[in-house]
Design a protein around this ligand. Sequence first.
Ligand SMILES: [Zn+2]
Ligand SMILES: [Zn+2]
Length: 155
Amino acid sequence: MKAYRLYGDHDGRLVDVPVPSPKAGEVLVKVAATGVCGSDVHSLENAGRYGYPLPHTLGHETTGWVETLGDGVSGFEPGQPVALYSLLSCGKCGNCARGYANLCRTGFAAPLGGAVDGGMAEYVVAPAATSCRWAISTRWSRPRSPTRERRVTTP
Ligand SMILES: [Zn+2]
Ligand SMILES: [Zn+2]
């Protein structure tokens, strides 16, 4: 598959890489679209800025469709539209449970597209429990809760 990967300062490349396989608890998502964030630009200007290993596939603002499920994943099915929440966190601590994954008590909540390969690719793997959300659809209405539904956007 094609992926846009960061190799160094001012060194982003569109390259061919294998389609990733979801491990237990993960979902493989066929990417529909990925936004370009200011932090992606910062990474391109200074690849070591955030301290993530190189190279990696950029992109943490991603939507797509579930392709395959890793072992133990339930609640999703192939073809289902999803939006990926960009921060990887424990999903279990008090702050995560309240919707504040950016304040995960296990430490820094790492992003897709930095700590792990992100969505500027044809496919991306994401943790089902903490990163996959139903995509906003025409059936979507304003959330009653200010936390869960709005977490599909980057803080
Ligand atoms: Zn962003
Ligand atoms: Zn947590």
